[in-house]
Design a binder for this molecule. Sequence first.
Ligand code: TYD
Ligand code: MG
Length: 455
Amino acid sequence: MAKPKKRYVCTECGSVATRWQGQCGDCQQWNTLVEDAPETTFAAKHDLSTGGRSIVFEALDAPTKPLHRRTTGLAEFDRALGGGLVPGCAILMGGEPGIGKSTLLLQAAAKIAKSGGDVVYVSGEEATGQVRMRAKRLGLADAPLRLAAATSVRDILTTLGTHGAPDLLVVDSIQTMHSDMIEGAPGTVSQVRASAFELIRYAKQTGTCLVLVGHVTKDGNIAGPRVLEHMVDTVMSFEGERSHQYRILRSLKNRFGAVDEIGVFAMEGSGLEEVSNPSSLFLSGREEPIAGSAVFPALEGTRPVLVEIQALIVRLQSGATPRRAVVGWDSGRLAMLLAVLESRCGLSFSTAEVYLNVAGGYRLSDPAADLAVAAALISALADKPLPASGIWLGEVALSGEVRPVAHTSLRLREAAKLGFASACGPVDGAQDVASLGYKDIAGVSALVDRVMAGS
Ligand code: TYD
Ligand code: MG
């Protein structure tokens, strides 16, 4: 048999190369190619059309057992999962180091154990003493879960094989696991993949729900093993700014539910608190109306979250190049909005520094935020506060028109619940929003008039 060829895998994008290069040919990242186990190819003499077992085909409408989901004891976690844990599912929990993955999973594991589930928590990063201390801090030290510090997949599976399969197996983290089926240090692409493969196979065979923790790199990729994303049923990401207390649990892929639902938590001294009304978290601390502040009803899946957008305009005396700094929004989109306001409404930002911030460390990606950002910018420029009880929503086109956005009435109803009496945005014929205090804004010029009139 020919000697197997070496191959190299990019730890950022997972692409495969046949020789080592400093830069990945696909994602252009530097120093990300690592050697991987060679692809095994057999002499191609076999004929695959004979010799196999015959498989049984089934009808699409054949009866299936209904999914029995198990609650994690944390409603926000369940919501992000699409209703709870499904037996035999493999979940990858990604997140930056220190964001709270271990805390979240320990809380969920302890709650499941307390409600009678059989839970195994394997830590490859921390000693059992450390985990026990954390459980004590969380007030969950009495939960009857089975805790171990181990990194050998064979040891874990051998032990579980003799004690019976648990309902939930948490492995923290997959990068510390080692499989002796192949060579290589823990954390390498091939090790991570092999360890995950063995654990997932165990989960599928026994109906155990498996949660693998995976650290992510700065730019949000699950470090090294992007390959893992294909192997698991659900990929979740735990996000947030470490300097802020709120955390968002998002599902990026889910074979058992929708992918756009989020769970919101706040990191407190005694662990993660569930936040069932996220708007209160992002709007807290708003007092008297001030110029440059506008409220926008963002949508996370089917859940509206009201956030405050803050703008500050500083006029420059000298001819220095003005700064534009954005936190929580796209800077390209800000540049576009400034250009629209300059060219369609004659407002001048060219000699002013523009700062834009989404309060609470929230990150907005919804184009429906355009109108609220524009309102905040005009309000800051004119030094006129917007009405404190108003919200703004709409997508601004390059022509200066304002376009309707998805789920207007859902957003308006949430705002009304929180005491926002009026809303401004484009009226879409299909939406029955008249009763919700909705005022029509067809273009950015109308927006300028309204902000100037303070209504
Ligand atoms: P951790 O769960 O260890 O993060 P990860 O597993 O994602 O690396 O959480 C680490 C941070 O959370 C740590 O910096 C301290 C903070 N924390 C609290 O603020 N309150 C708590 O009750 C706990 C347990 C942790
Ligand atoms: Mg951890």
